[in-house]
Design a protein around this ligand. Sequence first.
Ligand SMILES: *Cc1c(COP(=O)(O)O)cnc(C)c1O
Length: 375
Amino acid sequence: MSDTTAFLPFTKPTIDEDTIAAVANVLRSGWLTSGPNVQALEAQLSEYFGGRPVRTFNSGTCTMEIALRIAGIGTGDEVITTPNSWVATANVIIETGATPVFADIDPKTHNIDLDKVEAVITSRTKAIIPVHMCGLPCDMDRLYAIADKYKLRVIEDAAQAIGSTWKGKRIGSFGDFVSFSFQVNKNIMTGEGGCLVLNNAEEVRLAEKYRLQGVTRSGLDGIDVDVLGGKYNMTDIAAAIGLGQMKHLAEFNAKRASLAKHYFDCFGNDFEASSGAELPVADFEHSNWHMFHLVLPERIHRADFMQTMLDQKIGLGYHYRAIHLFTYYRERGFTDGMFPIAERIGKQIVTLPLFPSMTNSDVERVVSAVKSCLL
Ligand SMILES: *Cc1c(COP(=O)(O)O)cnc(C)c1O
């Protein structure tokens, strides 16, 4: 590595000049809040998800909270989710007054272990929030079989899964509620934002109310508020970014897959056996390759490893620390040892750089730095 080697972050958005111009046009137009760009983005997303209704919001987090509210979930209800996610996934359950119930994850896919879900269903269970971790979908057949059997709503946390597929069908094009995030790190972004795929016109009506203070309008001066809503609408500035990103979604995801393939080629077949580290599942059929992770062997201290990589101008992430071990969750009764797989992954996982403007030689630089630490 020479002094002139550029810092390689673990992720970075790709934004073209047309998108910058489109944002400038919104600013010049004088209409900055939700308007024609939001409507156009919702129409495009709906088409992308096979014609299902879609509404946009100002974050993936509020998108999931609104789905829970539409499903009527609140105080006294239990919602099953994974301890291995961004904390938002569990926080939204508590926001509605319901109780999060965790089921541990599968050590290979890092998704919720569906074998462990049925055991924690009670008469108070109303919904499941599975996460398609790093864009690798959960087993959708089994997930929806369990939901059907116990009459549970599903809110898919597909924040990371735009463009992922299950047996040839796009995530979002089927199922119950499907929530996406357009936060800057995601495969497409709007600065901040999210969208929800819904089932019918009644759910759309409720989504629009919850997104804007519970307001219903009629005529020029008619207004009523009959539910408690918030301020969750997307701006036209953000939607203009989203429209620009949508044009590149297929190309971004193809580039991510090609870089992921190169990671596997560079690590080689014997890397796991010789290092004790774990690579992701090499699923080039279903995943959108949102992230490429590495689970470090127990003998390696993660912070030291991250520092060594940083010294070589390589930025790593870690996705995620187990949610139930955060102070707020410990104060609600969760403790060490409850979900050992999520705890081990949460302590040892790192996210390697992966984003569309990276090159194969960037991948090679990362792999040789990892190998010099671990082998
Ligand atoms: C990004 C993300 C969220 C939150 O989305 P925001 O748009 O940042 O609110 C929730 N869950 C998962 C799995 C995510 O990756």
